[in-house]
Ligand binder design. Structure first.
Ligand SMILES: NC(=O)c1ccc[n+]([C@@H]2O[C@H](COP(=O)([O-])OP(=O)(O)OC[C@H]3O[C@@H](n4cnc5c(N)ncnc54)[C@H](OP(=O)(O)O)[C@@H]3O)[C@@H](O)[C@H]2O)c1
Length: 309
């Protein structure tokens, strides 16, 4: 089978397509034919071997993925595809099921024609794809959606609260806007001029175009300030909070839980959540896709469609 690997950390040019062994599932694992994966911001940090602007996060990343060079060579985290084979002891999935999830904590990433996923995960998730979503949309769902739910739950998001979401146009940001609206919060989204229409479409109540308006001049004070892009210092965020308000940031350790996917499925079923897909690239344009995401301006998610098998 084909896979996209990286043998050293660096720019998009370190990615190479190779032929490798098709994996064989164990008795408690499923073999998934991958149809779509993503280029998330996190995957580009893994490829670079560094997290911009944070020595601490870079050190953690190197400890997790390899100090000098990547320990696991197949890149990619999010996936959507079809179960081709289920091990004898697998109860939740069967061949033909359309599934999606993440490869977090596994030996290989999702940039491969086939991946093997344990039915029960310690890290990472796998679930049956909501029928309302296409494969490309499903590959855009898990990381942004789960990160938004995890951080907003920790920040005790509730009905009627006022929340400011900074960097609202990325994968986490567009998910956070929709999760907060579902919780009946009043959302103020901060984004650039190019993304004002998108934020209005997904339901933000107020939109601050950071090129035209200084959010620090806002009279409003918020119950929650959510830094969805990792660029808003805590000291700045605190000036926008009500007394007792909470600041949360994507520069935090988060968790992946099937329970979060269940919440997302419920919102999708009710037509209250839709993953935002910016661009879709075929796998043979993976370098261009990474170059695009490296520029830091993607809207929502960038998706890769896999090689036909
Ligand atoms: N902790 C976790 O588990 C976790 C999980 C997922 C992601 N993350 C982290 O979260 C961050 C965001 O990831 P992402 O995939 O959602 O988005 P992303 O692709 O990194 O975000 C880019 C978006 O943010 C906007 N943006 C860029 N600079 C901005 C600024 N200074 N002010 C306001 N908006 C700005 C961009 O639009 P404009 O340039 O047009 O403004 C673009 O739409 C990444 O650092 C990622 O590593 C953490």
């Amino acid at each position: 089978m084909k896979a996209v690997i990286y043998k050293k950390y660096g720019g998009p040019e370190v990615l190479e397509c190779v032929e490798t062994e098709k994996p064989v599932p164990g008795s408690k694992e499923v073999l998934v034919k991958v149809e779509a994966s993503s280029v998330s911001a996190g995957v580009t940090w893994m490829r670079k071997g560094k997290y911009q602007g944070s020595l601490l996060f870079t050190a953690m990343l190197r400890l997790m993925y390899g100090v000098i060079k990547p320990r696991q060579q197949v890149l990619g985290v999010e996936f959507a595809g079809t179960v081709e084979q289920a091990g004898a002891k697998v109860k939740l999935f069967k061949p033909g099921d359309k599934v999606y999830g993440t490869t977090t904590g596994l030996k290989t990433g999702s940039y491969a024609q086939y991946i093997v996923i344990p039915e029960n995960r310690r890290q990472g998730v796998i679930a049956v794809k909501p029928p309302q979503l296409s494969m490309t949309e499903a590959a855009a769902l898990p990381v942004g959606g789960m990160t938004a739910i995890h951080l907003l739950t920790k920040a005790e998001l509730g009905t009627g609260q006022k929340i400011l979401i900074y960097g609202a146009s990325g994968s986490v940001g567009t998910s956070a806007v929709q999760v907060a609206k579902y919780a009946c919060a009043k959302v103020t989204a901060v984004c650039s001029t190019a993304n004002v229409a998108l934020l209005s479409e997904i339901g933000a109540d107020h939109i601050i175009d950071y090129a035209r308006q200084d959010m620090m001049q806002l009279k409003d004070r918020f119950d929650i300030v959510f830094d969805a892009v990792g660029k808003l210092p805590a000291s700045t965020a605190r000036q926008l909070l009500k007394k007792g308000g909470r600041y949360c940031t994507v520069r935090s350790i988060t968790e992946e839980k099937t329970a979060y996917l269940r919440s997302l499925h419920q919102m999708i079923e009710q037509g209250e959540f839709h993953p935002v897909v910016d661009r879709v690239y075929p796998m043979d344009k993976i370098v261009e896709a990474h170059q695009y995401v490296d520029r830091g301006h993607k809207k929502g998610n960038v998706i890769i469609t896999h090689w036909p098998v």
